[in-house]
Design a protein around this ligand. Structure first.
Ligand SMILES: C[S@@+](CC[C@H](N)C(=O)[O-])C[C@H]1O[C@@H](n2cnc3c(N)ncnc32)[C@H](O)[C@@H]1O
Length: 200
């Protein structure tokens, strides 16, 4: 098993406060995307949510069907401590790859890049997204634009536009995949923003 598939690896990092991926605020591209939507009833899943700032923010903005997911107990505890009023039954302490359920949106932010950087695992992610989306549902979010080859020994693992599109376009339609124009300052110019919809 690749070390990133072990929830303990992530819990140890949270426990020693070694989580440099934490923006300490909601991610601007993600919240701006949702803020322009009129329908706040959508069922949203944010997998590998870690500190979960986007989950907490969207809930407070009226997206009452947003779901937090992380397989690390320490990540879940961190989220609960930060957002004590968030509904307990929408905190999913699950492995994304064993999860059932259907969502209108799946949100990607530094989850894909934390997975084993193999073709097999990336295909598994794309297949799981497809299974978890309702017909017409959307995968939206951010993917690093730096190359994967050679893969660094530790995450984050990047990729090329060709690879991402090749992966998702098997089952989803690309609506947007461009350099992100409203990234957090520390990520400016380093990520793609994508919206993919499930063919109905
Ligand atoms: C790099 S962190 C990013 C956290 C968060 N998205 C953020 O932007 O701060 C990756 C997260 O994915 C979680 N994770 C990794 N594999 C997972 C899996 N198979 N199912 C659920 N969570 C997973 C880890 O526990 C970790 O919290």
């Amino acid at each position: 098993m690749h070390f990133t598939s072990n929830s303990e690896y992530w819990s140890k990092r949270y426990n020693r406060q070694d989580h440099p991926w934490d923006l300490h605020r909601p991610s601007r591209p993600i919240i701006e995307y949702f803020t322009q939507l009129k329908n706040r009833e959508s069922k949203i899943l944010i997998p590998g949510a870690g500190p979960g700032h986007e989950v907490g923010y969207l809930y407070e903005q009226g997206f009452k069907q947003v779901h937090y997911m992380d397989f690390s107990d320490s990540a879940c505890s961190l989220f609960k401590a930060t957002y004590p009023n968030f509904p307990a039954d929408q905190i999913l302490s699950d492995d994304f790859f064993n999860h059932g359920g259907k969502y209108d949106f799946i949100v990607e932010q530094t989850f894909f890049c934390a997975l084993e950087p193999s073709r097999k695992m990336r295909k598994k992610y794309a297949d799981s997204v497809y299974q978890l989306l309702k017909n017409g549902g959307k995968l939206i979010g951010l993917w690093w634009n730096f190359p994967l080859d050679p893969p660094p020994s530790n995450p984050p693992y990047g990729g090329s536009k060709e690879e991402y599109l090749g992966l998702f376009e098997e089952k989803l339609t690309t609506q947007i995949f461009d350099t992100c124009y409203n990234s957090a300052e520390e990520r400016a110019g380093k990520e793609w923003f994508g919206v993919f919809s499930k063919k109905s």
